[in-house]
Unconditional design. Structure first.
Length: 188
């Protein structure tokens, strides 16, 4: 979430919506081409436009309406926070719901995508998880965690016992002695 003392700089909602419409429309064309290639009916190479071209329109409408509503609400509210993504998600989901031509679908898909996008942004906006300090190197952070959580070898051996790659000091001599006592074999 944005802090209260930051200054908001307005963004151009129309150019952002056009760019996003182009990007999501291209993604929709790729999905439509895949649908066309997997269809059982014999359609031409242009079938991705004629046969399953509605997919392109839905992708483009969802992306464009999401980005326009998100940017416009940020400009009107003069804040950059999770509520803008929820508002954009509602409009994007409503564009998807229009495909089903029922009012409950429009509201349902809009509310579902609004919750999804708002929570996603509120929790950090990453699928990989929330990083505590972006300035700290990830490798160094993990090494510090390993050093912090490392247990003494004696404690590990007391719980698990020897074997399976875990050996206490003097293991080779003890093993040599056990093999000589049990089987009468001298191990070099």
């Amino acid at each position: 979430m944005a802090s209260e003392d930051t200054v908001y700089h307005p963004k151009d909602a129309i150019s952002a919506a056009i760019k996003t419409t182009m990007i999501t429309g291209t993604a929709g064309a790729a999905v439509s081409a895949i649908q066309n290639s997997l269809s059982k009916s014999s359609v031409s190479a242009w079938g991705f436009l004629t046969h399953s071209g509605g997919t392109i329109a839905v992708f483009a409408a969802m992306g464009g309406s999401y980005e326009f509503a998100r940017t416009a609400s940020a400009n009107l509210r003069r804040k950059e926070d999770s509520l803008n993504n929820a508002i954009g998600g509602f409009f994007g989901g409503a564009a998807l719901g229009l495909r089903f031509r029922t009012f409950p679908a429009v509201l349902g898909y809009g509310a579902g995508l609004a919750v999804l996008m708002g929570v996603f942004d509120y929790t950090g906006g990453k699928l990989s998880g929330y990083m505590k300090d972006p300035a700290q190197d990830e490798f160094e952070r993990k090494e510090e965690l390993r050093r912090n959580r490392r247990r003494p070898l004696e404690e590990t051996i007391a719980e698990l016992g020897e074997g399976r790659g875990i050996h206490a000091p003097g293991y080779a001599e003890r093993r040599r002695e056990r093999l000589r006592e049990k089987y009468g074999i001298e191990v070099p």
